[in-house]
Write a new protein. Sequence first.
Length: 129
Amino acid sequence: MRFKRRLEKTNFFNQANSIAFLNILLLFFAFLMLSTGFAVVPGLNVKLPDVVTSSELNKILIVRISADGTLYVQNKPVFTKDIAGLLKESKYDSVFIKADDSANIGILTEVWQAAKDAGIQKVSFVTAR
């Protein structure tokens, strides 16, 4: 008489040890999810400046400085010596300086200093980017 040997395919999840493995795996995932919420991200403490939107600026003076050193205030040519008087007599909240990249840096600093002397605290340099 011949006996057939039957081998049953054993599945991983049918074994008793797999339950303990799954418990450890679930505890690991729970620990991982809880611990990543308290992770401290390294970085620098930086105090960012306040943002001024266009609705907060009432009167803006736009000063353009061309490559040859000519000043344009509100699209009208002005002499460099007259910019200080123009800024003092008018009530502007801010000054935007648009200078050509090959403009004289001395004229740019004169306009900036004239704006500061006139009491205008918001002086911005407008760039292409």
